[in-house]
Write a protein that binds this ligand. Structure first.
Ligand code: NAD
Length: 491
């Protein structure tokens, strides 16, 4: 039996929403329950806000914007840097909250906190470097400048798979630009974001600049409030493509500035000239099974060229068999549960579909009820083919389909044969091929000879139905500013 984890600072376990600098209950006093996916036990009950509460949070953000937009870039940088320091000082507690409500192993959760905090550090450094231009005018006596101004109040909606990083990746650039935010956090994982909001208060970020709306069943009405309110000027969403399409439609009535980080279906290609088969196996393992396969940049289709297919499949399966699956706080656990029973059902349906169509299970292929109802054995399926669900839908779970292929031309066509295009990976030592394939893959991010591409310094985002806009990097701020052209005449 696992007892509830303990925080060094118990005041970071917060069940209320954060509006106008205060933690508040829903006006209706309603709450929703949050569960530990590892044990199935209830963690606590959180405030179930609704559209009316969201309107109050938007009003707070509108008021705060009046003065926050006028703060000096250096002041905003100092606030973000302080927030970064506080996240790092409280990294153990924040990681404990992630493991508790999301299930990922504690070491992975610590890694997420470092990645998440890095966005505050990075954008604290970008805040003083948001430059405009001076442009030569075509009209005599005129001078043209561009100013980058904060877009205004931003509505942010984030998923449960990275309870800390998805929110800091949006709030960091928004605040650097001088915007204020209303963030709707995921019902599955509200506690991590609430603790981060408390640290914003301790970092001296003024009331109303950061508002956190918590909810489960009222999610759709809150989404509607954020996307249709004319006071909200920008919506940034990370989540599934279907919900992204709905939010885009809703946002059209007020023509908001949008950025969408949506679902992926990443190809991971191993050519037979890969520099090192062990490195390709290690890259595929990290890329496929991190967070039990629940990342948007996960390898979803692993294509291996015929000459090395058997050797790759054998080495890959050996590694997967060595995983230690279990409760995220237990020693030595490398892989945790998936988030809930719907995720298990999707994994099962993909495995059943693949075996019915001729796929061969090399390991796994079953639930692990002794560990808990949300555990599924890490699974490798050989002989995966293009008619399987594995090829066309994001599994978002610990299942790796290995697809054999013959030629570069064939595999590039297969890799591009989806509506989405977030990340893509390939292993090759041929310089010509590296350029050719990197240019040809229809994705927003490419890993060549590596399975790990998430880095705050690199632009993150997709093409096709994986969305648009970029997060992190020097480009991240562009999503939160408007460019104003100022022409001064009579000079
Ligand atoms: P989801 O779209 O169901 O939910 C994401 C968030 O949107 C949640 O907070 C949810 O509460 C909220 N939401 C759901 N319906 C809504 C509505 N009608 N109005 C407003 N908000 C709504 O996705 P999910 O299953 O929770 O997350 C997994 C998906 O997210 C996967 O497809 C994954 O690829 C994607 N994802 C993408 C990225 C990226 O950067 N591209 C990163 C992480 C996850």
């Amino acid at each position: 039996m696992h007892s509830a984890p303990k925080l060094k600072d118990p005041s970071l376990l917060i069940s209320q929403a954060y509006v106008n600098g205060k933690f508040v209950n829903a006006a209706s006093s309603e709450t929703f329950d949050v569960y530990d996916p590892g044990t199935g036990k209830k963690i606590g009950s959180c405030a179930e806000l609704n559209a009316e509460d969201t309107n109050k949070a938007i009003a707070a953000a509108v008021d705060a914007f009046v003065s926050f937009r006028k703060t000096l870039p250096r002041e905003r940088a100092t606030m973000l840097r302080k927030w970064y320091d506080l996240m790092m000082e409280n990294a153990d507690d924040l990681a404990t909250l992630i493991t508790w409500e999301n299930g990922k192993p504690f070491n992975d959760a610590k890694g997420e906190i470092v990645y998440a905090a890095n966005f505050f550090q990075w954008f604290s450094e970008e805040a003083p470097r948001i430059y405009g231009d001076t442009i030569g005018a075509s009209i005599p006596g005129n001078r043209i400048m561009t100013w980058k101004q904060p877009v205004g109040v931003c509505g942010l909606i984030t998923p449960w798979n990275f309870p800390a990083a998805m929110i800091t990746r949006k709030i960091g650039p928004a605040l650097a630009a001088g915007c204020t935010v209303v963030a709707k956090t995921p019902g599955e994982t509200p506690y991590t974001a609430n603790a981060i909001a408390e640290l914003s208060r301790r970092a001296g970020i003024p009331p109303g600049v950061v508002n956190i709306v918590t909810a489960m069943k009222n999610t759709a009405e809150i989404g509607l409030a954020l996307t249709t309110d004319p006071r909200v000027k920008k919506v940034s969403f990370t989540g599934s493509t279907n919900v992204g399409k709905l939010l885009m439609k809703q946002s059209s009535s007020t023509l908001k500035k949008l950025s969408f980080e949506l679902g992926g279906n990443a190809p991971f290609i191993v050519f037979d000239d890969a520099p090192d088969l062990d490195a390709a196996v290690a890259g595929a393992i990290a890329c496929k099974f991190r967070s039990s396969g629940q990342t948007c940049v996960c390898a979803n289709r692993i294509y291996v060229q015929e000459g090395i297919y058997d050797a790759f499949a054998q080495k890959f399966t050996e590694k997967v068999k060595n995983f230690k699956v279990g409760y995220g706080f237990d020693d030595g656990v490398t892989h945790g549960p998936v988030i809930h029973d719907r995720a298990i059902a999707k994994v099962e349906s993909h495995v059943q579909d693949a075996t019915k169509k001729g796929g061969k299970i090399l390991c796994g292929g079953n639930k692990l009820p002794d560990l808990g109802s949300n555990f599924y054995a890490p699974t490798v399926i050989a002989g995966a083919t293009n008619d399987m669900k594995l090829a066309h839908e994001e599994t978002f779970g610990p299942v790796a389909g290995l697809f054999p292929f013959k030629t570069e031309k064939e595999v590039v066509a297969l890799a591009n044969g989806t509506e989405v295009g977030l990340a893509g990976y390939f292993f090759s030592r041929d310089v010509g091929r590296i350029y050719r394939v990197a240019e040809a893959l229809e994705v927003g991010m490419i890993g060549v000879n590596t399975g790990l591409i998430s880095d705050g310094a690199a632009p993150f985002g997709g093409v096709k139905e994986s969305g648009f806009g970029r997060e992190g990097s020097k480009y991240g701020v562009d999503e939160y500013v408007v460019i104003k052209s100022v022409t001064v005449g009579g000079i």
